[in-house]
Design a protein around this ligand. Sequence first.
Ligand SMILES: NC(=O)c1ccc[n+]([C@@H]2O[C@H](COP(=O)([O-])OP(=O)(O)OC[C@H]3O[C@@H](n4cnc5c(N)ncnc54)[C@H](OP(=O)(O)O)[C@@H]3O)[C@@H](O)[C@H]2O)c1
Length: 201
Amino acid sequence: MAMRILLVGATGRLGAVVGRTLTERGHDLVTVGRGGGDVRCDITDPEALDALWARVGSVDAVVSAAGDVAYAPFEELERAAYVRSFEGKVLAQIDLVRTGLAHVAPNGSFTLITGVLSRDPIATGAAAAMANGAVEAFVRAAAREIAPRRINVVSPSVFTESLVEYGSLFPGYESVDLADVARAYVKSVEGAATGEVIELP
Ligand SMILES: NC(=O)c1ccc[n+]([C@@H]2O[C@H](COP(=O)([O-])OP(=O)(O)OC[C@H]3O[C@@H](n4cnc5c(N)ncnc54)[C@H](OP(=O)(O)O)[C@@H]3O)[C@@H](O)[C@H]2O)c1
């Protein structure tokens, strides 16, 4: 069944592939970003999120492929970097769910994004690991309270397509192709799972 889906981060590396995959499956997307997309919105700004929902109305699913975190050696990661990472990846996605609840269909879903660092951290990744772990804990908890609406989080390893930039930070890690990550979003949006952390590979 074709769904109306709000996709945050559609201009990004991951979001572009997720958007293309969901569109090819017949869904109708409303794309969101700070600098591009059908609607401009910074999801770290709760007032901007309220304005986004007022403009977009109802959807069947909300999909996030966004989230900024700081990377630096542990001794250089200052408190402000943790706060920025928490706001950029954790609170931003929690607020997307919190403000979106009234606008998602009764049997609708949320799909958020984290990453491998919560379970297999790298050097320079303490703030990212913190953020990913917090989002995953939130998703497990929220699933119990928002049924029959569903919520999952996709937690991929480094993308094969990102190895050129970040590969040296992930020595010996198995990468994951963006096409496989996009399939995990399809599983979350179209399937029956809830409260799941979909780990890839
Ligand atoms: N790259 C990897 O190997 C990898 C591996 C595992 C997990 N991840 C995670 O996957 C996610 C996407 O990664 P990526 O490599 O695709 O990043 P990216 O290319 O930088 O794309 C991020 C997208 O999110 C949007 N965005 C960021 N912050 C936003 C905000 N506050 N409000 C609205 N839109 C926002 C950006 O658009 P605007 O700038 O226009 O807002 C952009 O479209 C991140 O959470 C990342 O941690 C990445």
